[in-house]
Design a protein around this ligand. Structure first.
Ligand SMILES: Cc1ncc(C[n+]2csc(CCOP(=O)(O)OP(=O)(O)O)c2C)c(N)n1
Length: 620
């Protein structure tokens, strides 16, 4: 095995050129063997094997800085920098991250996870190099999907002013997670077929120049003008006109061609964009055929490509998707928006049935929020389905464009709380804090799957800004007998006793119910309340609880700072209610990757740890 000779960064440079293709196959085999067992990002990684190898052949690590946009495609980079063994514990608690991490290796120049940051980060490294008079290379690798994100354009705008080398690799596989969308995608499509154009234009040029006098004039005229014809003669005009040299397109599976292109790119004394064409899922037929399914996958059977774990019940995501179909039938004005996450948010059936009311805006959360605001101002009922951690991108737009104008935009916030194996960048643990302090915003969170459906209906009818937050994975279906209609600002009481009152926020209800069960087993008296509304929370109910309870426990899967419990706690204090408050929430830390049950135990949110905390505080 050639792969065995790769033990650390730069070892690949010792592999003879004729063996590199075999090494590429070995890496693909390795990725397939490992990811089919652990799960992870497959299709994107299979697509960049040769590209990553060429980068490692042409640059020196850790001196040169490689920045991977999103970072989900950095597996070959990890293999080539001595982290092969980490793949047995990929994305497991305490194991190797699925994204670049500076703390994991000095070959990881910059942490990523959210898209479209790599060009900005690259420019930062270039400027630091200039200021500190260093001479290493800086290479940012960005996908065509990530090039739909606003930050990438802000950075390109700045990159054009650089006065020293900066290599931007555009890894173009014509796919985001789903089909890529938008004008830039169409533009790149044009460039991808450039060889045809070039061949054609060469022919035209040749024919014209053979015509006496007039023909020559026409050729030089053609070359001077910035007309669409010149676009055909010089691919990448958009970048060239901005002051960024365009090289390509290059076959991203041809190591020799890639190395040649990198040597050319190194000679440029400003920003250069190298357009590389790759195939998502390359080398594994099921992933080539269904790149969206194999973008991120759980463990699967290598022979068939079928998932290993069977499906139990419906996920919150599916229930959201179903409710959207029901509502779309009833409400002609309902529209659904996604920022490149139609699959992940459950909007694929909606896209199929109501294409004219479905908007995939690309990886553009900020734009999605403002676009939704104006849809609402124009009389449409927009629902923006978005992951909690990605809505962080649209924070100002939620305040400035939606809530300030009190516009009826409904945010359906998926992947709220701990998400597990994607780790720190993807944990949805800040939304209760970043939404609860915005005037005009209402925040709800359901205890189970049925309540999610009721809440979405309620939210769409509300006519004000509203967010419904729910977690990743299978929906909890317990306590379905408790389904009083949702009343604005009102909580739901499940058990009414005395002494201890537990108020749970959203999906932590399942944990809260188990905590209560264990307390009751130990002969404590304990009420259980489902908050339903995080903002405004049910102040009246908290006042009532103080009459019969001396101890109030809040449980939420959000950081403590600015979260649900802290707000309840400050209310209890301000009202001088005679209750001690214990806030069970996540600490002021980033939570790493791993199984959610393990993470909850480690972060103090498992039923057992909460019971212990309650008993020791209550008995004090
Ligand atoms: C801000 C943000 N929104 C959404 C995502 C989810 N996401 C991860 S990868 C991806 C598609 C990226 O496409 P591309 O850059 O072309 O990379 P490819 O996987 O095709 O190689 C998306 C939408 C994200 N990581 N960050």
């Amino acid at each position: 095995m050639i792969l065995e000779r790769i033990q650390k960064a730069n070892d690949i440079k010792q592999v003879p050129f004729e063996e590199l293709e075999i090494l590429a196959e070995e890496i693909r085999d390795f990725l397939l063997q490992k990811i089919s067992r652990t799960g992870g990002h497959l299709a994107s990684n299979l697509g960049v094997v040769e590209l990553t190898m060429a980068m490692h052949l042409c640059f020196q690590l850790p001196e040169d800085k490689m920045i991977w946009d999103v970072g989900h495609q950095s597996y070959t980079h990890k293999i080539l920098t001595g982290r092969k063994d980490g793949f047995d514990d990929l994305r497991k608690y305490g194991g190797m991250s699925g994204f670049p991490k500076r703390k994991e290796s000095d070959c990881d120049a910059f942490d990523t996870g959210h898209s479209s940051t790599s060009i900005s980060a690259g420019i930062g490294y270039v400027k630091a190099r200039e200021l500190l008079k260093k001479d290493h290379a800086v290479i940012s690798v960005i996908g065509d999907g990530s090039l739909t994100g606003g930050m990438a354009y802000e950075a390109l705008n700045n990159a054009s002013q650089l006065k020293s080398n900066f290599i931007i690799v555009l890894n173009d596989n014509n796919m985001s997670i789903s089909e890529n969308v938008g004008g830039m995608s169409s533009y790149l499509n044009g460039l991808r077929t450039a060889p045809v154009y070039t061949g054609l234009k060469k022919g035209v040029e040749h024919t014209l120049s053979r015509l006496p006098v007039a023909g020559e004039r026409m050729v030089s005229q053609l070359k001077k003008t910035k007309s669409s014809i010149k676009q055909l003669l010089v691919p990448g005009m958009l970048f060239e006109d901005m002051g960024i040299t365009y090289l390509g397109p290059v076959d991203g599976h041809n190591i020799r061609a890639l190395c040649k292109a990198f040597q050319e790119a190194k000679k440029v004394d400003h920003a250069v964009l190298l357009h590389v064409i790759t195939k998502k899922g390359k080398g594994y037929l099921p992933a080539e055929r269904y790149p969206s399914l194999f973008h991120g996958t759980g463990p699967f059977d290598l022979a068939t490509g079928k998932p290993l774990s069977g499906k139990n019940g419906k996920s919150y995501t599916e229930l959201f998707g179903e409710t959207m179909l029901e509502l779309a039938k009833e409400e002609e004005n309902l529209a659904a928006i996604t920022a490149a996450m139609a699959d992940g948010t459950g909007l694929v059936p909606f896209r199929k049935l109501y294409p004219e009311r479905f908007f995939d805006v690309g990886i553009a959360e900020q734009h999605a929020v403002t676009f939704a605001a104006a849809l609402a101002a124009g009389g449409v009922k927009p629902v923006f389905a978005v992951y909690s951690s990605f809505l962080q991108r649209g924070y100002d737009q939620v305040i400035h464009d939606v809530c300030l104008q009190d516009l009826p935009v409904c945010f359906c916030i998926d992947r709220a709380g701990l998400v597990g194996s994607d780790g720190e960048t993807h944990q949805g643990i800040f939304d209760l804090s970043y939404l609860s302090h915005i005037p005009n915003m209402t925040v709800l969170s359901p205890k189970n799957g049925q309540e999610l459906k009721d809440m979405i209906r309620f939210a769409v009818a509300l006519n004000h800004p509203v967010a419904v937050r729910y977690p990743r994975g299978q929906a909890f279906m317990g306590y379905e007998e408790f389904h009083e209609p949702i009343v604005y600002g009102k909580s739901e009481t499940i058990y009414e006793e005395e002494d201890i009152a537990i108020v749970s926020a959203g999906h932590m209800f399942e944990t809260a119910a188990e905590v209560r069960r264990q307390l009751v087993e130990q002969r404590y008296h304990c009420s259980l309340i489902n908050a339903r509304f995080i903002k405004p929370f049910d102040e009246e109910r908290i006042r009532e609880l103080a009459k019969k309870h001396t101890f109030l426990v809040t449980i939420e899967e959000n950081v403590k700072n600015g979260g649900f419990g802290q707000q309840v706690q400050s209310f209890v204090k301000a009202e001088r209610l005679p209750m001690e408050v214990l806030v069970c929430a996540l600490p002021d830390e980033y939570v790493e990757h791993g199984n959610v049950d393990i993470l909850r135990r480690e972060e103090g949110l498992s039923p057992e740890t909460i019971v212990q905390k309650i008993i020791s505080a209550y008995e004090e």
